[in-house]
Ligand binder design. Structure first.
Ligand code: SF4
Length: 356
């Protein structure tokens, strides 16, 4: 049966229960607009007199339904190298409203898991042009050089999941669209609310990557649209001329994984059938955890069946001296060859950017 994106009902948009808007954030037009959009959606917007966020909720459910509107300080505005995903990382927000039991943000953001959206978007975007042509990833990988300098906006958030309140992703897309040089905005999402992005003057300088997974692994995801919705969103984004990516993550060898991942990639191919030039890329990312992320995730999701057993993993030391637990070498090799074969079979025109 042909893939029918129009038949897919968009998932419900996230509405925070409480929005804490600092005075500094509200002094920016974007901050004021974010507060107004949140209020129109029914959120309780607290307009703070100062800039300190105090009394943040410690309980997980309360934190996850809290949005803070703040100003990104200079340290947060400074883009950082982020191989292998992109040359540079920059942040429009931190935190995410979803509830994935493997969440890769666990342990990497301090404090309760609230979402912080940045109001000083012009200052954040102004940091990017000086970095033009300075990419370590694209300068070292001839296969990626044609993309120009790449900028990743979804390291610490899912920008599409909060776009209906922030409008920040749309602004970034316009900003890159107006740029004459070879550059690319890179975004990964598990959400499906692409409608407001479709008509933007993106100039094909944004790659929207959709985070997908086999059914058995996707059951660890909460508060995000179903896979069919994400694939429907991917299709309409491709038809609107965006460059498209698949982020297959986190890959897990759950029962039936070979067939499940093969079916997933077949579904992706079906979703993109007839899209004129999606320029498809694929990123393949296996599941891993650190001692810190495990501790945080066990606190957030105490009943989770997600495997985080150090004895079943290989221990790796990161370049910053930290420890991460990945799948053992042989299992990694088996996963990699099967996944790459499925990509080649169903998506022969796709470029696999990396396996990790
Ligand atoms: Fe974490 Fe991504 Fe899931 Fe958000 S969508 S909870 S950032 S894994």
């Amino acid at each position: 049966m042909p893939f029918d994106a129009a038949a897919i009902r968009p998932a419900r948009l996230w509405v925070p229960k409480r929005v804490l808007a600092t005075a500094a954030a509200l002094s920016w037009p974007d901050g004021e607009a974010m507060a107004e959009r949140a209020a129109a959606l029914g959120a309780d917007v607290v307009r703070l007199k100062g800039d300190r966020l105090t009394g943040l909720p410690e309980v997980y459910a309360d934190a996850k339904s809290t949005l803070a509107l703040v100003v990104a300080p200079p340290s947060r505005r400074r883009p950082q190298p982020i191989p292998p995903s992109a040359d540079w990382r920059f942040d429009l927000a931190t935190g995410c409203p979803a509830h994935c039991q493997y969440c890769y943000l666990a342990g990497s953001l301090a404090g309760p898991p609230i979402v912080r959206a940045f109001a000083n978007l012009p200052e954040i975007l102004a940091e990017l042009p000086p970095l033009l042509g300075q990419g370590r990833v694209t300068s070292r990988d001839p296969g990626r050089a044609a993309e120009g300098t790449t900028f990743e906006a979804s390291c610490y958030t899912d920008p599409l999941g909060i776009e209906h309140i922030t409008g920040a992703l749309g602004q970034a897309i316009r900003f890159f669209g107006a740029w004459d040089e070879a550059v690319q905005l890179r975004v990964t999402t598990k959400y499906d609310g692409v409608a407001p992005l479709l008509g933007l003057p993106h100039g094909r300088r944004t790659r929207l990557r959709f985070s997908v997974n086999a059914r058995a692994a996707a059951r660890f995801e909460g508060g995000v649209p179903r896979m069919a919705n994400r694939l429907g969103a991917m299709r309409v984004a491709a038809l609107a001329g965006y460059r498209i990516g698949l982020t297959v993550a986190p890959i897990m060898p759950l029962p039936g994984w070979r067939d499940e991942y093969d079916r997933l990639l077949a579904d992706c191919a079906e979703a993109l059938a007839g899209a004129p030039d999606p320029d498809l890329t694929v990123e393949l990312i296996t599941h891993r955890f650190t001692p810190n992320s495990k501790q945080v995730l066990q606190g957030w999701y105490p009943g989770s069946a997600l495997e985080m057993d150090e004895t079943a993993r290989a221990r790796r030391t990161t370049k910053f001296g930290g420890v991460k637990h990945v799948f053992p070498r042989e299992l990694m090799a088996g996963l990699r060859s099967a996944l790459e074969a499925s990509v080649a079979r169903h998506l022969p025109a796709a470029r696999v950017l990396y396996w990790t």
